[in-house]
Write a protein that binds this ligand. Structure first.
Ligand SMILES: Nc1nc2c(ncn2[C@@H]2O[C@H](COP(=O)(O)OP(=O)(O)OP(=O)(O)O)[C@@H](O)[C@H]2O)c(=O)[nH]1
Ligand SMILES: [Mg+2]
Ligand SMILES: [Zn+2]
Length: 311
């Protein structure tokens, strides 16, 4: 039977059958599926799988279908890419004004984790003020062509507009811990089982995360995947040139070399554009750090991964 993963906890998967509409509790057949070994936890919420029921509500997963889209980050500890959500139509990257404070470079990295779907940037807690610099850096995303929306889950400001953006789509909410993803989810789909939300000051001092696994929830035409917040996020392991798609403003400039990575190549027009203040210097700095972090990753891992891909 074909099914969709709605929740995963410690190798137990809640699977919605796309054939009989029932919910099955499933495990993987064998220890792992025949999927590339550099991927940690090869099944994410939103994944479509093939499974064999062995009772009215239990089954074994035998295969994962190819993903149409994903939100995938680099897991430093495990040295592997980790997919947080799959097959959504769009990702809502949530950040917040106030606590935790807006971190544009975190957002830049989250953009680079999004593959194959639309991106909406959401500033929650707009009942708090941004500093002038924060506001400018936020408004820049709009100038670069990203969809942005500022809301407050507390006062309800712009929540109706947010609902319009989410209607008819499957959306994964991602972002730093404490920005209010679960609070928004509760407001938007008010499910029977409410997602727990956490006190931000306590979280700050203790480094707690309230949501500890991804879950799919829906109401009417709004389908959401709530994901656990992270303190840090890194772009996934990939070829260095793939990062360029997260910096659309660079593509307006034609450098001397095709495939210029705009790091230290001669005749780089992007570097000139930064001198001329045509490109935001902080975005460029953010880009350089992301390239550096790709470079610093385990050479052993990079060798096996790239060899596999080139065969
Ligand atoms: N001032 C204000 N506080 C908010 C708003 N939305 C959420 N909060 C508060 O922010 C805190 C954290 O909210 P959560 O929804 O748990 O955050 P989260 O992003 O789901 O956190 P993780 O599950 O750890 O990733 C809670 O105390 C919320 O009440 C808002 O719009 N304004
Ligand atoms: Mg949460
Ligand atoms: Zn260049």
């Amino acid at each position: 039977m074909k099914g969709q993963i709605r929740r995963s906890i410690n190798n137990f998967y809640t699977v919605f059958s796309l054939e009989d509409g029932r919910i099955y509790s499933c495990r993987l057949k064998g220890k792992k599926l025949d999927i590339e070994s550099y991927e940690y936890n090869p099944i994410a919420v939103g994944d479509e799988v093939e499974f064999t029921p062995h009772s009215m509500n239990e089954g074994l997963i035998t295969k994962r279908y190819d993903r149409r889209s994903s939100f995938t980050r680099w897991n430093v500890k495990l040295e592997k890419n980790q997919t947080i959500a799959a097959n959504m139509d769009q990702v809502l990257i949530v950040c917040s004004a106030g606590i935790p404070p807006f971190r544009p470079r975190f957002l830049d990295r989250a953009i680079s984790c999004t593959k194959g779907c639309e991106i909406i940037l959401c500033m929650n807690k707009c009942d708090n003020l941004l500093t002038e610099y924060e506001f400018e850096r936020w408004a820049l995303y709009h100038k670069l062509g990203y969809k942005i929306i500022a809301v407050s889950a507390l006062t309800g400001e712009n929540i109706e507009d947010l609902k319009k953006l989410l209607n008819g789509k499957t959306t994964a909410l991602v972002g730093q811990s404490g920005v209010g993803k679960s609070t928004l989810v509760n407001l938007l789909v008010s499910p029977e089982i409410m997602q727990a939300t956490g006190d931000v000051n306590e979280k700050y001092s203790r480094g707690n995360h309230t949501t500890n696994h991804s879950i799919y929830l829906e109401k009417d035409e709004i389908r959401l995947i709530d994901t656990p917040g992270v303190r840090e996020i890194l772009s996934p392991m990939e070829e260095p040139e793939e990062l360029l798609s997260s910096f659309p403003e660079f593509s307006a400039f034609k450098c001397h070399f095709d495939g210029c990575l705009h790091i230290d190549e001669p005749g780089c027009k992007v570097k000139e554009a930064i001198e001329d203040e045509k490109i935001d210097v902080d975005r460029y700095e953010s880009y350089l750090r992301m390239q550096q972090s790709l470079k610093e990753r385990s050479p052993k891992w990079a060798r096996t991964h790239f060899r596999k891909n080139k065969q």
